[in-house]
Structure formats: C-alpha cells, structure tokens
Design a protein around this ligand. Sequence first.
Ligand code: MN
Ligand code: MN
Length: 484
Amino acid sequence: MPDFDLVIRHGTIATASDVFSGDVGITGGQVVALGRGLGAGARELDATGKLVLPGGIDSHTHIEEPRGGPTVNADSFASGSASAAVGGTTTVIGFARQERGGSIAQGVAEHMARAQQSRIDYGFHMILTDPTPEILAEELPKLVAEGHRSFKIFLTYAGARVTDGQALEVMAAARRLGALVCIHAEHHELIEFHTRALLAAGFTRPKHHAWAKPMVVERECVHRVCAMAEALDVPIQVFHVSGGESAEEIERAQQRGLKVWGETCTQYLVLTADDLDRPGFEGAKYVCSPAPRSRADQAALWEMIRRGVIGNVTSDHAPSRYEGPDGKTAVGLDAPFTQIPNGVPGLAVRMPILFSEGVAKGRIDLPTFVAITATNAAKLFGLHPRKGSIALGCDADIAIWDPAKRVTITQALVQDANDHTPYEGFEVTGWPETTLVRGIAVVQDGRVVGAAGHGRFLPRGPYDLIKPRGVFPGYFNPVDGVAV
Ligand code: MN
Ligand code: MN
C-alpha cells in the first residue's frame, strides 16, 4: 500500500523564500508531505538534477475572449491552457467582459461556459466598460460574492474606455465590495492626438504605433490613477508597466504607503520599439499596448523587480494570427498601424524567458523568480495559500524544470493556436518538462497530456491584503460620505 499518490524525489525545491533539496509527497491533489526519504508513491517522478517549482500564475491573460471587428482571439481555452502548461503555468486569470450597454453578469456567464474546456485552473477579472449605477449596485455585489473579486478598467481604447469619473465610481464600488481594481493606464486623448497627427503626416507603419504612445502617455496616466486611488483609499494594480518612468510613479505611490501594485509583462523585458520596425509588415507581430520601449527601460524594469516595486510579471497573452481574414494582416500588408490588432501571445514563454533572462543570467535569484511568476500573484489575487507555493496543504501545482536545458523558442514548441510567436528563434536556458495541476500531469516531457476540462474555477473570497488602509488625504471619506 503506497503512502502517497505521487512522490517527486530528489529535486531542488524552491519557494518565494527558500531553496532546499528533498521529496514532495502528493495525495488527493495536494502537497501532504515535504521531506527526505519519504515513503512510496503509487507513482514516482525522479527529479534528480531538476528544479521543483510552484506552477506559475499568469494573472493577465486574454484567452478565447470575444473581440469587436474582424480579428479574433486565436486561442480557445483548450489551446491556451495547453500552451500555459507547456511553459510551467498552472493557473490563469483571464477576463470576462461587459459590452457597452450590456450586462457584466452575462459576460461572466458566457466566459464561464468557454472556460469549461480549460486544462488548468482559472479565474476572471471583470472588465467594466459601462459601469452604470445599476451595474455597480445590482450586478457586482452578487458576482463578487460568487468569487469574481477583481475588476479591470481601460482608460484608453474607444470601445472599452471609461472616463475618470467612471473610474472613480468603479474604484468606490471595489472599496465597498472588497475587490481589487486593475487598470490599463494610458492617456486616451493624448494617444488620439498623436495618432491623428501621425496619419496626417503619412506616418502609418507598424513602428509608428510606438510613436503614437510615447512613455509620457503612460507615465501621466499611472500618476493619475495612483492619485485617484489615494483620494478614495482603494487598492489598485497597474497593468503592464512598460518602462522606468512609469515604474517610478508606482514606486512613489508605494513610498507614500499606498496599496498600489505594479505588473510588467515578458514583452517589456525582452522586446523593444525596434522590433516594430522589422522588415516588411513583420513589425505588426510586435504591436501591443503599451508599446515595447528601449533597452534602458528593460534595465529599469529589472531593477524595479529587484527592489520589489514590480512584483508580478504576466504575459498579457493576446493572440492574433498573422495570416488570414481575422489576423494582423487582415487589412493588408500596408494597413496603417491603427488597424493592426493589439496584442502579443506569450503564455508558454513567460516563465522560461523570465527564468533564462532572470535567473540564468544572474539578474534575479530563484526565490524572486518564484515570487514574480507565482507567489505574489497568488497573494495579490486572493489565491494564497492554496496556490503559489509548495507547502503542506496547498494544491500540488508544480512544474519540474531542467535548469540547464537549452531551448530555441519556436511556434511549434509553444503549442497555442496562434500562427506565430514574436519570440521565434529566441534562445533560453532552462525549461519546464513536466507540469502538474493538482497532482495530475497536464504536460509530461513537453507533451500535452492533460484533458480539456481538468481545470477548475477558483472562487476568491475576501482577504486582508486588499483591505483599504483607512487613510484619506483630506478630511473626508468620499466613498462612505463621512468625516475622517
Ligand atoms: Mn491592457
Ligand atoms: Mn491585457
């Protein structure tokens, strides 16, 4: 009679705080023992020479998300979750979207149905594009109670953006309900002004996407949303901080004691604006927002990761095919940059690129890698301690890595449903070979073996980290309408 369902033996186990060698005993999908010389498992995996790491949590992913216009999201939940697991990720947080004039409850219900095919565990941020008093007062409390405990708002994009006034209403609702607001922060009118001027001047190439949104567009808006969060005493996470100046705004807010968290994405650590200027129309593959910046911005972001200012690195996986009537080239190879769908894929490569560029190249240590790819997101989004670590009682979401394996990234390797990866040919050291979700292999030796539908929805209850501080900059709490 074996002692465990599964034992992973002789690995180097790392968490966000510790690195130690030993065995992991798994029963019923949970970690039930850590030690040396553990008893027998019904199955055993030899991790000699390997790293045993918490499965990644990618808290910013667009999978099977409907879009307006001719372009489509290339992935289904079955393909997107497969690709995530190939890269060592075991939980994704995606987006359920409210259409203008529509219901967020309906958006959530439709997205829940799509996510049934996920191979890995999942939750959603709720995108509010039309936060009417009725939506905020009637739909949101029920949805938050069902475990959808984060909102997402855009301050740019014509079809999705909210005004500053609406953003404040969403923040106030989040404070009342105990939810976290995540924000796409770019100055909408400034982008529009640049764009009109660029088109008038004939600057329409993919590279001019970056010209339409220089860093000041983001830096100003990051500052603005931090000020709004300060005035309402509401915790926020700023999405996809793309360079040094924006990260400095996050740091200033944190130094004032605010609950402001900053996220960056793989692409801002390895791509630059020069990639938008690749020959022909290839630059379209790199069109995403904010736009990739400079080498100096990459260095600044790594420094902000080391200082803990940026604590979460996601993929912002947003796959558009390159070819075909629904892809990046749908409007033609001379399409103006305004008609190229935004977004890059990156579910599979997020952790390997961060491991290689971060740990293998000596920019960060292994516990920091675990923190920025799994533990911090688990804490920030109310999934900890069930997710994000290797500890007694947590879900056995584990990736077994060969830290020395040299891999050249190709589209075939990442196994999503897109037709290209912007990282084609990128060389990394270190790769996850086996990925377990609740003790079940979803990827084994690089092959996807996990069933569509193995993933489970992760309801998120109240948690302390995102409680308001109870500190207002003035004499009045404008959310509750009381003096302070
Ligand atoms: Mn965004
Ligand atoms: Mn996004």
